[in-house]
Write a protein that binds this ligand. Structure first.
Ligand code: MV4
Length: 453
């Protein structure tokens, strides 16, 4: 096992990783920017190294600074958390060449799954159902027209280097395809320094369902059920839950088998997520793979009563996935609400600044992952996630009611938060019935164009 892990991240996930390390008896090194001097990850780690100025590219995205911090503290592994370095193959490669274990998959697998067209081709080859569309990159708009004619309209153009909703264009009639194709090419080049595009059948009202997987370096891969992530706005997830109200035991078995088959094909040896779209006919299709631990991993932890970060660290050190996994069962239901320092009444404008008073909910079945404390100053330089409330209950209704009472207990003064929005969603009847898809927020909560933009 590792002796010392450097955590190349900040905020709640840095704390989450420090907690797992403490329980495993591993020493921790925090890195922090000048904006995070007074943050809890600095306080709770055994050592801390300042790695630069507040802007991310000068600190949390600065590879030489992070590697230097690992070298001077003699860390034998780096945990990237999510965001920042988590899916940076170049960073993983540098860790390898410095003899530091990157806690995540190999640089080769990050690269392979980071190209969304290669990822789809790989999964199709492995026998995983994928969203109908192009094989590989689409060369030009003439080829795009041919493929679209074959799969039928509407279609969606996506950037191979995109993912998570960036650089997508829906095309409903062939007349619009050539212009959309050239605009998407220009955009992809500007955003990702890679103009390559691929094409898919566009599903109007899909649910976003993802399967958590865990692989080790001995060729074992397990699936830990699914998470329903359809409640999102502008490609930012707001609420996640497990199990999904749309997934039957039979579908879970099929999705899990598909996810394991796909992960085994690439010899996946860490924690990861296989994202599926579920269409209105109840068919699921591979969309993307995320090669990191995700923000919403706690809902899976709560229904499986297992520590995913600990398991991720164990497999990175050469350990195996739990050998008795077949005896694990999903128990009850877990829901997560992401609390952001944003004003839902002002277009979700970030609301940084000082938290003047804070009361964190608790009690049976309530978990709060946060780096916030009273008098904490939320910097404007980073993501506005300030807390995740995860509620577990015997069934979905119990978990929802528990979340409502936890939200009522949560007092955050000094900054605007998304708590009022969560209260509205949890009280809304379609949400209560589990009847929703990725257009839900735009349709029932903010009544705009459908929540897709
Ligand atoms: C789609 C789609 C419909 N059809 N692909 C958005 C995030 C990115 N990972 C892919 N996304 C979508 N891809 C096809 N072929 C609809 C979306 C989509 C979406 C997906 C998951 C969660 C929320 C979403 C919101 C709008 C659009």
């Amino acid at each position: 096992m590792f002796k010392k892990i450097l955590i190349a991240n900040r905020g709640e996930i840095a704390l989450r990783i420090i907690r797992a390390c403490k329980e495993l008896g591993i020493s921790t090194v925090a890195v922090y920017s000048e904006a995070d001097v007074h943050s809890l990850h600095v306080r709770f780690a055994d050592e801390a190294v300042c790695i630069g100025a507040p802007p991310s590219h000068k600190s949390y995205l600065n590879i030489p600074h992070i590697i230097s911090a690992a070298e001077i503290t003699n860390a034998d592994a780096i945990h990237p958390g999510y965001g920042f370095m988590a899916e940076n193959a170049h960073f993983a490669e540098i860790c390898r060449s410095c003899g530091i274990q990157f806690i995540g998959p190999t640089p080769e697998v990050i690269t392979q799954m980071g190209d969304k067209a290669v990822a789809k081709d790989t999964m199709r080859d492995a026998g995983v159902p994928v969203i109908p569309g192009s094989e590989g990159v689409v060369a030009n708009s003439k080829q795009a027209l041919e493929i679209a004619a074959r799969i039928g309209y509407p279609v969606i153009i996506k950037a191979v280097a995109g993912g998570g909703g960036r650089g997508m264009r829906v095309v409903r009639v062939p007349e619009n395809l050539p212009n959309a194709f050239s605009a998407a090419t220009t955009e992809a080049q500007a955003a990702f320094s890679n103009p390559d595009l691929y094409l898919e059948k566009y599903f109007e009202n899909p649910r976003h369902i993802e399967v958590q997987i865990l692989g080790d370096s001995h060729g074992n891969v397990i699936a830990l059920g699914e998470r329903e992530c359809s409640i999102q706005r502008k490609h930012q997830k707001l609420i996640e839950e497990s199990p999904s109200p749309a997934v039957s035991a039979k579908m879970r078995k099929e999705m899990s088998a598909a996810a394991v088959k796909g992960a085994k094909r690439v010899r996946y040896n860490s924690a990861g997520t296989i994202e599926f779209l579920l269409d209105e006919n109840g068919k699921f299709y591979f969309m993307e793979m995320n090669t990191r631990i995700q923000v919403e991993h706690p809902v899976t932890e709560m229904v499986f009563a297992l520590d995913l970060i600990e398991e991720q660290i164990r497999v990175a050190a050469g350990g195996r996935v739990p050998v008795n996994f077949k005896y694990y069962k999903m128990r009850g239901h877990a829901i997560e609400c992401r609390i952001n320092a944003e004003d839902p009444d002002k277009e979700f404008r970030p609301s940084p600044g000082k938290i003047t008073s804070l009361h964190i909910p608790g009690g049976l079945g309530v978990r709060v992952d946060t780096h916030a404390y009273a008098q904490y100053n939320i910097p404007a330089n980073y993501d506005s996630l300030i807390a995740k409330i995860i509620c577990h209950g015997g069934n979905r209704e119990e978990a929802i009611v528990r979340m409502q009472r936890a939200l009522d207990e949560f007092i955050i003064e000094g900054v605007a938060t998304t708590i009022p929005m969560h209260k509205r969603i949890l009280a809304e009847e379609n949400f209560r019935k589990g009847q929703f898809n990725t257009n839900y927020i735009g349709k029932y909560i903010f009544k705009n164009n459908g929540g897709t933009s």
